[in-house]
Design a protein around this ligand. Structure first.
Ligand code: ADQ
Length: 482
């Protein structure tokens, strides 16, 4: 790969910072991107690069951070973290605004939730430029800069202008929508975003479908561009556009679920809940995860199958997310009121059908939950990939369990032995729960083993290595053309 540094850029740093009794306290960031990259850095990355750096937005204000840490960067688990400080205005207009009230709803097919304000886009440009300043403090020729996700789509070109020979990669963790959605963005914004991305040597997407959407959007947004198979040529530079399906550290999850401590904890969960069957969902509390729909599906299941009364518990573990945004507050309120209606209607003195936890849990608890559940119900309305689905499969040490997955999660294109449903079809969810709870042991084993083998062979290390090795493809292509 490269002997230089690897500089990762994402919105969040891999660890959250807080201050307790005047000391800096760190805790792992929750979410797919942070989980996946930390796993890669724990495994292969350190052998490939001279050092690992991560630039992201700090949870603390500059004043508080500098009071506690001076001008030191924080090093943890071999990663040097370089915090960027954003003003309150930037948080509101860039993060809550353009990122999470324009790009997020649009790219995840909730166009009616998007709020197109000029000042949001202007702040997006400013925030990308601020991030560039930080990169320039860390970057040296020979380094690789790996930019992640929709927050920083202008950054590859901003960096390219400064360093024409830099190795720059970009990976989009969320879907790239069809052009019919992408064109909701005003022309100037959508053009700037595509040109921003084209500064990268490699642009990675989760699935081939998202690659196709992007390619169509390029052709329909820019004046005629040269495309040679999977590469675009603009101003004599080539940009490779390819899918790289993100994954997890299979061995870490699989090893953990076989430990006696986790087995004991999983058993304890089952004993505590008394129900004979456990269904589990683990998600950020995001409207794109369609939690309301699946609760309605579960409610139908209870109404139509009274024989499961006191026999089934549905553990709903939802991690808090983006709580300052109105759509998230509304979604949380709706989900919580539906949970209470279902528990109120169907529960008995000693049994609540839904066990709801609105919190983040640590790795061991998460693995114990995955190990304890007979069925994982993972039905987002859209998802770039969905790592929870892969984590659940990896934690089935006895090769039993059933994964119910929605067709609109990127993971559905890989986990072909899951039961695939439509997240809007409540009746299908209800019927599929019955099917899953009654699936024969042989059928479960056959499906789980096939999916485990797939994830084992396509783990997070493979994803990162494929992405980072693809820079060489571009070099080969340029040399062949010369
Ligand atoms: P997310 O939308 O965050 O990720 P996902 O891929 O499922 O979705 O990752 C969530 C991660 O957070 C998992 O590793 C899971 O273990 C963890 N997690 C979730 N709830 C938790 C809880 N209550 N406590 C502790 N941990 C919890 C984005 C995209 C996805 C894409 C990933 C990676 O939206 O589509 O798969 O990035 O690219």
């Amino acid at each position: 790969m490269s002997a230089g540094k690897l500089i990762t850029v994402s919105f969040r740093l891999p660890f959250r910072f807080s201050v307790v009794r005047s000391r800096l306290v760190t805790s792992p960031s929750v979410g797919g991107l942070a989980t996946a990259l930390r796993s890669y850095f724990d495994n292969g990355a350190k052998n490939e690069f001279s050092s690992i750096h991560w630039i992201g937005v700090c949870d603390l204000s500059r004043k508080v951070f500098e009071k506690i840490c001076g001008d030191e960067n924080i090093k943890k688990d071999g990663i040097t973290m370089h915090p960027v400080f954003q003003s309150r205005q930037m948080k509101e207009k860039f993060y809550d605004g353009f990122c999470n009230s324009v790009l997020w709803p649009l790219f995840l097919y909730f166009p009616s939730f998007a709020v197109y304000k000029k000042e949001f886009f202007e702040e997006y440009v400013t925030a990308n430029k601020l991030m560039l300043e930080k990169i320039l403090e860390v970057y040296e020729p020979g380094d690789t800069v790996w930019v992640h996700d929709y927050h920083w789509m202008l950054l590859p070109s901003l960096l390219r202008e400064k360093f024409p020979d830099a190795r720059i990669g970009f990976f989009l963790h969320i879907p790239f929508p069809s052009f019919e959605l992408y064109r909701f963005l005003p022309k100037s914004w959508r053009t700037q975003i595509i040109l921003g991305l084209m500064g990268a040597d490699v642009i990675g997407f989760q699935t081939d479908e998202f690659v196709r959407h992007f390619v169509e959007s390029v052709h329909r947004t820019l004046p005629p561009v040269v495309q040679n198979k999977s590469a675009f040529k603009i101003n004599d530079r080539s940009t490779l556009v390819q899918s790289f399906s993100i994954s997890i550290d299979y061995e870490k999850f699989n090893r953990a679920c076989k430990s006696s401590e986790i087995k004991k904890n999983a058993k304890r969960i089952r004993e505590k809940l008394k129900a004979t069957k456990l269904i589990l969902s683990v998600d950020r509390l995001d409207y794109t995860k369609a939690i309301y729909n699946r609760l309605e599906g579960f409610e139908m299941f209870l109404a139509q199958n009274p024989q499961y009364k006191e026999k089934v518990s549905y553990i709903l573990l939802l991690v808090p997310t983006r709580e300052s945004i109105l759509k998230y507050k509304e979604n949380k309120a709706n989900v919580e009121s539906l949970i209470s209606r279902i528990n109120g209607t169907y529960g008995t003195l000693g049994w609540a059908p839904i066990v709801y936890q609105h919190q983040s849990v640590d790795f061991k608890k998460l693995v114990a939950l995955y190990s304890s559940a007979d069925v994982a119900l993972i039905v987002p309305s859209r998802d770039g990939m969905n790592l929870v689905a892969k984590e659940y499969i990896s934690c089935r040490s006895n090769s039993d369990g059933v994964l119910i997955l929605s067709e609109t999660a990127g993971a559905a294109s890989e986990l072909l032995d899951a039961i695939i449903v439509n997240s809007n079809d409540r009746q299908e969810i209800a019927d599929t729960l019955v099917k899953a709870l009654n699936m024969s042991r042989e059928d479960q084993k056959r499906r789980i083993e096939k999916m485990q083998e797939h994830i084992r062979q396509n783990d997070v290390l493979g994803w990162a290595n494929d992405f980072l090795n693809s820079f060489d493809k571009i070099i080969e292509q340029v040399e062949t053309e010369a």
